[in-house]
Design a protein. Sequence first.
Length: 546
Amino acid sequence: MATTPIKELLESASKPAESPARTLLERYERAARCGGEGLWEWDLGTGAVWCSPGLEQLLGRGNGSTALDSFTALFEHVHPDHRNQVLHHIRRHLEQQHVLDVTCRMSTAGGELRWFHLRGAAERDRSGRPVRLSGSLRDITDDKRNAEEVRHAEELQRRALDALHAAVGVLNSRGEIVEINRFWRDFPIDRALIGARYGFGENYLALCEKAAARCPEGIGAAAGIRAVMEGKRSSFSLTYSVAVSGTVRYYELRAQPFVDGQTADKTGRGAFIIHMDVSATREAYAALETSRDFYERLLNAIPVQISYVDKHQRVQYMNQSYERWLQLPLAALQGRSVEDITTPVHYSEMTRRIESVLAGQPVEFEQRSRRANGELRELAVAAALYSEPGIGTAVRLYFPRANGTQSVSKRGDSSTPSSAAPGGSETVLVVEEDGDVRATAAGALRSFGYEVLEASTADEGMRTIESNDDIDLLFSDISLRGGVQGPALAHRAQRIRPKLKALFTSGFSESTVVHRGLLENRLKLIAKPYALNDLANRVRAVLDQE
């Protein structure tokens, strides 16, 4: 089928406006412009080049620009780094009839560099000699940018997967492995099964079933993963063991669903497969159980009644000696408040003692307790503060046996400040969130002769300092509610009260607090739990410091 050169269409289009040639050319130009393309034609005999208005617009050429009527004028827009490439493709097309399809950078009239897709086809005479070359030019800058962003996002995702210390594989909706991470390649379990290709393109469900001969959980794993992919389960996990180099290792397999974009209707469900080595975790739990069993047998063998009361004053543990003495099993008291299992008078006394313990001072005292049969018995009680990371702080009470109404000699209440403790008459502001600890500290300072003000937050403490110009010492916890640090409160306060001195307290040791950057070396710290006499000495020392 013969084609009509664009030049001939132009010559015909110069005739009356209603000519079919003009109509055809305008339609062709509109269609090309809608596709973001410009049209061009190069007459190889005369060297003349025609460019459509759409192409000139793509290259940023206005009405006042020099006409693009020669190959040289058009070629000057091609970036120097790409000119040899473009000429090579044009030459191959004209001489060897290779497809002319090339991507290159071109500069606009304003100097902006953009990416373009150049395509063309030659018209040849009867001898096969090319006589003209026609084609299109499309701006693909946005396409290149989007493709680069997608490639960058995929690279970040791949790096994130490779950073995981777990073997991760991705299955499509047919159960075939389509993606794995670095750890999967190093994963020893499936290496013998899936070979050098790491299972790429193979059906992982079939691989699991095949592995059942040496790993009995393989059948269950395949069934669980299939249930996830079919939408019957939201997730699946399985722990299995495998001998690796003569050592038994434990692994946990997890399967999570994802929508497989490879399916035509976008509704196929694939799965993320994750294998994690949990051998160390299992060993730690086993050691913990062994340790727990050992200490429980040890506590039960001690002829001393031992209980564990949490920070809410609820009984959580009693040893067998305590159970026998109360004639009640732990199950009957576990979770019950201490107030429920003692007399009101002695509960009030015990509460006061516990508050002293929470302030960091171990105490010893006599306690009367009622047995299940109603009999009142005297006990010598020792209480101490107990803290455990992730669990909290509690009070442990130790009740040595006291047969009958045998009197137990008092060794003194160490929660009461010694008469030798130094005191003073200055004003101290105590900033502490815990009301019980704040009340205990404030009460002790008052017993030393100090005037004491109290605040539960940094903001309340600052308002107190602003309204009282006679505060001599700020005694504050390091960490306060809202992320405010005690030293930051002190710096703010010392801007308006330059002579204000500061002493800080924390559940961490001084070296730990300094290492974490919560406290400068030159600032003073008393670590919790602290003895009240130690508190008196530190307060006096800070106040006396010049």
